[in-house]
Design a protein around this ligand. Structure first.
Ligand SMILES: [Fe+2]
Length: 290
């Protein structure tokens, strides 16, 4: 896949308007063959030696594409994705992005109470030697394989655990038909299981479990297909991933203690700026290691 570069002026956008080169960069991303065909663009050459500067670049490159979304109740816009010594679903707050196991194909943000991102970006600061690759499968293929009964059930609300202490789960369908005819998928099976086990939730019905199992079968078939996308980012590379068209997971990393040091910076992006339009100034990079 072709790798794109960003303009050095990307940090200079002011409230008075953006540099024309930033607009040209957005056009290059959204018209690139990888984005048009798959919903994936890879930008390279981002300086990642200094953590604060890397976070500013992650926010600026992402803001050139659309509006940044908070990733937790504290309003964090750039989140460190790294192994925090927990398993997915552990305790009240253990997230996929805090663990190192692979699998659990998902879209980002299905558990947030406001809205899920249209796309997200991952900037690689440090990569694991073994594992840590991204695997991406098209949601369209998965939906096409579903039977009508499962399609109907998956359009009804499921409960997603918010992965925050003392808050109720969020009701949201797995499949949402968008006004433009596209589907948006909200999925992370473990968060659904946890949401329905929550004291404020109700147990999954047999019909819901059947529909989720059917969805997982289609995901497994797509993951096993030869045309699945697999990307292992190198330091300084940033992947922009369409959260509507792709489900993603990763390969397990960190069997070797040195490999547990893998670090990505993640942003969530919504309301993608159309090609040819101007964008407001990026907010300051809010980064924390929560
Ligand atoms: Fe994710």
């Amino acid at each position: 896949m072709e790798h794109l570069t960003f303009p050095s002026s990307i940090l200079d956008t002011t409230p008075d308007g953006e540099d024309p080169s930033v607009r040209a960069f957005r056009e290059e991303v959204f018209t690139s063959p990888g984005w048009k065909e798959h919903g994936l663009a890879i930008i390279e050459g981002i300086p990642v030696e200094e953590p604060e500067l890397a976070a500013r670049y992650a926010a600026a490159v992402s803001s050139a594409l659309g509006r940044l979304l908070p990733q937790d109740g504290a309003g964090q816009l750039v989140r460190e994705v790294k192994y925090r010594g927990v398993k997915l679903g552990e305790g009240a707050t253990g997230r996929y992005s805090d663990s190192r196991e692979g699998g659990q194909f998902h879209t980002d943000g299905p558990h947030r109470p406001d809205t899920a991102p249209d796309c997200f970006a991952l900037l690689c600061i440090r990569q694991a030697q073994v594992g840590g690759g991204l695997i991406l499968v098209p949601t369209g293929t998965i939906i096409q394989g579903l039977d009508p009964a499962s399609l109907a059930v998956l359009q009804e609300p499921f409960l997603f655990d918010q992965r925050e202490a003392d808050v109720p789960p969020v009701p949201r369908p797995v499949l949402e038909h968008q006004p433009d005819g596209r589907w948006h998928v909200n999925y992370l099976r473990e968060y659904i299981e946890l949401g329905h086990k929550h004291p404020a939730g109700t147990p999954l019905t047999d019909g819901q479990i059947r529909a989720l199992d059917r969805f997982d079968q289609e995901v497994a078939a797509a993951v096993a297909a030869p045309d699945r996308l697999e990307v292992k980012l190198a330091p300084g590379q940033l992947a922009v991933i369409d959260n509507c068209r792709l489900l993603h997971g990763r390969t397990t990393f960190g069997d070797d203690p040195q490999d547990r040091d893998r670090l990505m910076l993640r942003t969530w992006i919504r309301e993608l700026t159309p090609v040819g339009a101007a964008v407001a100034a990026p907010p300051g990079a809010v980064v924390s290691d929560r």
